[in-house]
Design a protein around this ligand. Structure first.
Ligand SMILES: NC(=O)c1ccc[n+]([C@@H]2O[C@H](COP(=O)([O-])OP(=O)(O)OC[C@H]3O[C@@H](n4cnc5c(N)ncnc54)[C@H](OP(=O)(O)O)[C@@H]3O)[C@@H](O)[C@H]2O)c1
Length: 306
């Protein structure tokens, strides 16, 4: 069975859609309370709209989902870790009374953006806010780093972001309203030796999002680009940056702080949103520094010291 939410935004039979794309029915085969996303007059506050959040199983994406739920948004959350998503969904339904659909899957797999579209827009479950948050980095010399991991990174950080944006921006433009939040990074503003591919993927996200913001304005769709600096999450360990001075020599904000800032910026319709005063100062200085000296400076900042 393909990944589908029913016309109320729940999944057929009340089950959750697993990484394999199969939907599993609940024990009774009927919808379980809280598994549906549609309005139920009388038992829930009217939702603000529905957001699709990628990478919602942990870190910044999990906190964006929490922040939106707190503000009354219905959600469809996705990542690979189905158990984590299910537990977050249960928490948000019970604490905020919002509808939360779960679709687990791997966004480096070519069919996943289409599955997400089919399960939502394609099934009468419109998405008012798309949050392209899922992403990862990899630390190390390019000559030694793992090519397959870098190609997967480009697939997730660039290709999936582009495809999801295409698939969800079109129906938003047809409705004449919508919001897109793309999570980039302060890494986007300069080349990044020792994380060359990651920095380049985030430069793509910023350039793509700024251009799209201009195009979509006429269609009532805003595009916001959140640029966090180093942030407390699983990013550092997944990127094998445990010893990186970037994280260890400065105090880093929590994912919740970054998420709140990003949601505020999105709902205010802002363009580029760089989180944190020091990050904003550095991003501005970078614009005026000679391009030729930036890679050397970044390398010195990122280099592990013994
Ligand atoms: N933390 C930082 O210092 C920092 C700074 C600037 C920008 N960012 C950006 O912020 C975003 C969120 O990162 P984070 O810090 O929250 O990192 P994180 O804690 O590692 O979370 C990453 C999220 O992406 C999901 N994900 C990873 N690979 C995936 C795949 N193949 N398919 C689907 N989902 C996948 C993960 O879920 P599963 O593993 O369950 O799939 C997880 O939910 C990323 O785009 C990152 O580049 C982070």
């Amino acid at each position: 069975m393909s990944a589908r939410l029913d016309s109320n935004g729940g999944e057929p039979g009340g089950g959750r859609t697993g990484a394999s794309g199969t939907a599993r029915a609940g024990p009774s085969g009927r919808d379980r309370p809280g598994d549906r996303l549609g309005d139920r007059p009388g038992d829930r506050p009217r939702p603000r709209g529905r957001a699709l959040v990628t990478g919602a199983s942990t870190g910044i994406g999990e906190e964006i989902a929490r922040e939106l739920a707190r503000r009354g948004w219905s959600l469809v959350i996705t990542a690979r870790s189905e158990e984590r998503l299910a537990s977050l969904a249960a928490e948000l339904r019970s604490e905020h009374g919002v509808q939360v659909g779960v679709i687990a899957g791997d966004l480096t797999q070519a069919g996943m953006p289409a599955r997400l579209e089919e399960a939502t827009e394609g099934s009468g479950v419109p998405i008012d806010l798309l949050v392209n948050n899922a992403g990862f980095g990899q630390y190390g010399e390019f000559l030694e780093s793992d090519l397959d991991r870098e190609l997967a990174m480009i697939q997730l950080n660039v290709t999936a972001v582009t495809e999801l944006t295409k698939r969800f921006a079109r129906p938003m433009a047809e409705r004449g309203r919508g919001r897109i939040l793309n999570v980039a990074s302060t890494a986007a503003f300069q080349p990044g030796p020792l994380m060359s591919v990651y920095y380049a993927t985030k430069a793509y996200v910023v350039s793509f999002s700024e251009a799209l913001r201009q195009e979509l304005r006429a269609h009532g769709v805003t595009v916001t680009t959140l640029c966090p600096g180093p942030t407390s999450s699983e990013f550092q360990s997944r990127a094998r940056m445990e010893e990186s001075p970037l994280f260890n020599r400065m105090s880093v904000p929590s994912s919740a702080t970054v998420a709140r800032y990003g949601v505020d910026a999105t709902l205010a319709g802002r363009g580029i949103a760089v989180q944190g005063l020091m990050n904003r100062i550095l991003a501005t200085l970078t614009r005026f520094a000679p391009r030729s000296i930036l890679p050397g400076i970044v390398r010195r900042i990122q280099e592990k010291r013994g």
